[in-house]
Design a protein around this ligand. Structure first.
Ligand code: HEM
Length: 225
């Protein structure tokens, strides 16, 4: 039987995140005039991450952080293949996958925050770069370009490789549920709530993130000095 596992806001968040991270990487590599789009996708990422943070608390069952933050023992058991949970309770992120989800959310957040304070001493600076000393801004820039950027490549690479591994080796299609929201499982599996009321709440969270991003953008100038 089909059970809703990912609510609509979470699915829209996921694909918007993938698009914005891709746009940010490509425009950052191109540089020059493309940096305007780099800033815009960064502001969109702020709105998305604020939404996700809130959704991790008030979102539907499998989107909540509490449902997918596992301890080392649960992760080790999962890796050994003796997950004690009955199959109908194994919905949502699995104990190992949850590590990559948390790492991705954390690293994208660090990348956005460091970008706000970064500057390349030639043409580009984040909106908050002038609020800190040039040494601090240089540290943020170092993180943004030398640590965070390759870290995102590695984590996204691992993420997509893991999805491909599940498809090819375990014959488990994880992408379809992230598109349709539903998973085929046994009776008795707890479904995620995906009501219009909850979707409205998601929109409010996203709007709050949008206001924060807009406010940050007014705090300093971006682009060429
Ligand atoms: C071709 C590209 C991608 C595909 C096919 C894909 C697929 C998926 C799938 C199937 C899941 C659910 C995993 C599960 O069942 O536990 C997922 C989750 C996730 N993906 Fe992707 N993904 C892609 C790109 C990205 C990118 C570029 C990012 C950005 C950093 C990203 C970040 C995430 C995050 C944070 C989650 C957890 C969703 C949440 O609970 O917030 N993904 N992805």
């Amino acid at each position: 039987m089909k059970v809703r596992v990912w609510d609509l806001p979470l699915r829209l968040f996921h694909w918007a995140l993938a698009v914005c991270v891709t746009v940010s990487v490509v425009t950052g590599l191109i540089g020059g005039n493309a940096m305007q789009y780099h800033y815009w996708s960064g502001y969109c990422l702020i709105a998305l991450l604020v939404f996700r943070l809130g959704w991790g608390v008030v979102g539907s069952r499998h989107a909540r952080f509490a449902s997918f933050v596992y301890g080392p023992r649960a992760i080790a058991r999962y890796v050994r293949g003796d997950d004690p949970r009955p199959p109908h309770l194994r919905l949502g992120h699995n104990p190992l996958g949850s590590l990559s989800v948390i790492a991705l959310l954390l690293v994208v957040t660090l990348q956005v925050v460091s970008g706000l304070f970064a500057n390349d001493e030639i043409f580009n600076q984040g909106p908050l770069a002038s609020t800190v000393s040039s040494r601090t801004s240089a540290l943020f820039t170092f993180y943004h370009t030398t640590i965070g950027q390759p870290l995102i490549y590695v984590l996204v690479g691992l993420h997509v490789a893991a999805i491909a591994f599940y498809a090819v080796v375990k014959h488990q299609n994880l992408v379809r549920p992230m598109l349709t929201g539903d998973i085929d499982t046994v009776a008795g599996a707890p479904a995620a709530r995906d009501t219009w009321g909850l979707r409205l709440l998601a929109l409010l969270l996203l709007a709050a993130g949008g206001v924060l991003a807009w406010w940050i953008s007014t705090l300093g100038s971006v682009g060429s000095y």
